[in-house]
Design a protein around this ligand. Structure first.
Ligand SMILES: [Zn+2]
Length: 426
């Protein structure tokens, strides 16, 4: 009976809503298509396990160690992978000891692993945490050691360059490279170039990067070593550098970080009168208590400065925000300045502003009880706490590292030039 009812219900649904089904169906299809285009390697990675013998010993004798490699499947856990070879107590103990390096309970679907057996006893386990590192469990006599080791790839340095006709992604794919290289490149210059809006025909890029291989199969890119980008006739250069403490990033040739910091605050203020909060509707008080912004109390007509370079996307008055300005920055950030008494001279929609420019003056227009600036910040459309974003400082190369940095910069520049000449003579 129940099944019959269900069928009837389904028929009714299909009969009455055939268009809906087509629409939902096509939406789903588009979603799948989009997802597969964005990340074909990860989402649709084959979930196969295979058993291979290790023949890498130089004497050409088959090693007695048997390796089982696989990809973590949905529902797999460290105990389901290892309980055939280890007692639960040992797995539990390993998990406990792994917490500081990488918690074994944190293994994720889609990541590769390798189990090494000697006469059906576990002598090794490797799990790839990400593209860079793997967790290694190794049996030494009677105890297991745990460590995090870098994944070793064969690498080949290449210079990839192209003229852009429509988009960066298309230009990168046009060179025969993977789309992920476009993401890496866009990330490096995100603070200077808006890759959605600023790209125009005639733009160019050159990228010096190591391509990674394993058993001659391409498996992604290392950090880009150097990248040159011409946008609207202006050339931007980025050089990778990692210092002795492991701090790494991209810098211009003078050693300034390409990741630019926001101003600490958009004005000289007397105090913060309200902090950032995204608390939702309160069921008992029946009030919205979210305040996704920071209120800076300051005297009337205190100058308000834009915290970063950008373009004014919105300027005007409404009952709650009063006189307000919204600025879009090229790194996916947007800042909002509310309750102004008046705007600075020349402010209008689509005007370009530079970090530190005065855009207006403190007031209490709109829904405001006292003189203050209500300052909001969004990243990719979502409100974020400005006080947390602003502290993301971007320090330059340390003075003591400058000689090494400059030497590396010269080397990379020469390699790009040499590869260029080679390409032209072909
Ligand atoms: Zn506010």
């Amino acid at each position: 009976m129940k099944i019959n009812k269900k069928i009837v219900a389904i028929r009714r649904f299909i009969g009455e809503y055939p268009k809906k089904i087509i629409v939902i169906g096509s939406l789903f299809f588009i979603l799948v298509l989009t997802v597969s285009m964005v990340d074909p390697g990860h989402i649709f990675s084959p979930k196969v396990s295979k058993i291979v013998s290790d023949f890498t010993t130089p004497d050409l004798m088959a090693s007695p160690i048997k390796n089982i490699t696989g990809i973590v499947k949905k529902g797999d856990s460290v105990s389901s992978l290892l309980n055939t070879y280890l007692p639960l107590k040992t797995i539990y103990d390993l998990d406990h000891r792994s917490q500081k390096i990488f918690p074994l309970t944190g293994i994720r679907q889609g990541q590769p692993y390798k189990i090494s057996l000697l006469e059906d006893s576990l002598v090794g386990f490797e799990y790839e945490i990400n593209q860079e590192d793997k967790l290694v469990i190794h049996k030494d006599k009677d105890t297991y050691s745990l460590s995090k080791n870098p994944i070793v790839y064969d690498t080949k340095q290449e210079l990839i360059s192209a003229d852009i006709k429509t988009s960066l992604g298309e230009a990168v794919e046009g060179t025969g490279e993977d789309y992920s290289l476009a993401w890496k490149l866009a990330d490096i210059f995100a603070w200077d170039i808006d890759f959605l809006r600023d790209i125009q025909p005639g733009d160019q890029f050159k990228v010096l990067v190591d391509k990674r291989y394993r058993n001659e199969n391409f498996c992604g890119y290392s950090d880009i070593k150097a990248a040159f980008f011409i946008n609207k006739g202006v050339e931007y250069k980025a050089f990778f550098y990692e210092d002795a403490s492991g701090r790494k990033g991209y810098y211009d040739k003078k050693g300034h970080s390409l990741k630019k910091a926001f101003l600490k605050a958009p004005l000289n203020y007397s105090r913060i009168s309200s902090t950032f909060s995204t608390r939702r509707f309160h069921p008992i008080l029946h009030k919205y208590r979210a305040h996704p912004a920071v209120d800076y109390a300051a005297p009337k007509n205190t100058p308000i400065k834009t915290v970063a370079d950008g373009i004014i996307t919105n300027i005007g008055y409404n009952n709650s925000m009063g006189n307000h300005i919204i600025i879009r920055h090229s790194n996916g950030y947007e800042t909002r300045y509310y309750h102004m008494n008046k705007y600075a001279r020349g402010m209008k929609k689509n005007k370009k502003v530079s970090q530190g420019d005065v855009i207006g003056y403190v007031g209490k227009t709109g829904l405001a009880t006292g003189y203050h600036l209500c300052f909001g910040m969004r990243k990719q459309g979502r409100p974020v706490n400005p006080l947390k974003q602003i502290t993301t400082s971007a320090k330059p190369i340390l003075q003591k590292d400058m000689p090494g940095f400059i030497a590396q910069t010269i080397k990379y520049s020469q390699e790009i030039k040499a590869a260029n000449k080679l390409a032209q003579s072909n």
